[in-house]
Design a protein around this ligand. Sequence first.
Ligand SMILES: [Zn+2]
Length: 486
Amino acid sequence: MTPRALSIAASLMLAGPVAACAHAQPASPQAATGPAIAAPSPRKADNFVATPVDPAVTALQERALHDDTAYGIVAGLTTEVGPRMDGSEAEARARDWAVPRLKSLGFSNVHVEAFTLPVWQRGTESAAVVSPYPQALRIAGLGNSAPTPVGGLTLPLVYFASLNDMLLAAPGSLKGKIVFVSNAMQPTQDGSGYGSAGKVRFDGPSEASIRGAAAIIIRSVGTDHGRGPHTGVTDFAPGVVPIPAAALSVADAENLERMVLLGKPVMLHLDLDDHQIGMRTSGNVVAEVPGTDPNAGVILIGGHLDSWDLGTGAIDDGAGIAITTAAAKLMMTGGPHRRTIRVVWFGDEETGGFGGLAYARAHGTEPHALAAESDLGADRVWRFGTKLPEDAKPVADRLAAALAPLGVVRGRGVVDGGTDVEPMLALGVAGVDLNQSALRYFDYHHTPEDTLDRIDPEQMRQNVAAWATLLAVVADAPEALTGNRH
Ligand SMILES: [Zn+2]
């Protein structure tokens, strides 16, 4: 998931306690004086729905809870392909792996839609405290980092406890220094901590360059305390000279912070052989469960096929493509359905969302009913949100009723969709978010620990059941989901 998506997620409200209060609040008589205030309606909360659930939806949900297709996909992808950086030879192998797999699962119109993008490549990377307490540090370069000069940089370290502290440094004041910004991140169920704590990665290197720094190292944007650094993309603002930029593992950042606080000047060596290598090819893998009514609009779902290189891309985002694909496959039985379900394994999400943009460029004028993606791991779905036209509200009510047995509550607020489908939502297409618990996601996100064993098969099945429920509710819905805006 991208910073933009999560900063939007941060604005969402929790649904549960709101509903509980609505019931507990007795209607109070209007005061003799003062403004007229309507008494709260005990049943107005959206969580209280009396909508019956279609038995076919319940049956599908039950099948999904015993279906391991998703786990099989992510196991195959991480074992037979492994890490797959966007624009790399490995990502091309992933597409070659995907096409026959999707065909064998029974999908129609399976094909690759190629696009080009600028590619950054990691080389050898190292960092060490030279003095006063010499020892190696575990780091990973950030996507778009500049290389250090050959032989590396050995320079004094300047420490900031937070990004805000660094932003207060005057332009030019960091010249000849390697900046170190510490910045702890707290786990949250909705993952919104990534939006705020992540700023140090998204914006820190650019801001350090503006202030004259020779290089920057940051505490990893992660909620673990391990030695695996969290990589991820950084963006240098237009006109800003890229500088070497890397993330320290959380354990190493805490160690370095302790050294700094002992009061002696710290000298650091940093060596990054990372480079922009020009334009390369990536591609979106597309597969469909054909519907009967082309005018009803496509239901677009999926996740991203590319991954960072440190782990094997299991939770980010092998899980997302596996979950949505397994749910779509479940819809092949009992069909055909009114709407075409299109599953897309997006190329490049991690370094700029080029896959989602390429999809919107190619398909933006086709009728779409709905777009949704899975890109926050494989832990259980706990909340859903909808961006639907007012006259499609009964669809949201049916969805609330159908998802309730899975322990999924109804959220309110902005639906962002995520990086891959965001360009379609921006065109006016309706969206649904199925929010997964992110309480442990950022322990492993973008680290060497993003491997298959982080996925709990039981929670993954609950995800598939939630997605299958969504598809079952919307595939034949008589309401116009996107309306005439698209
Ligand atoms: Zn992702």
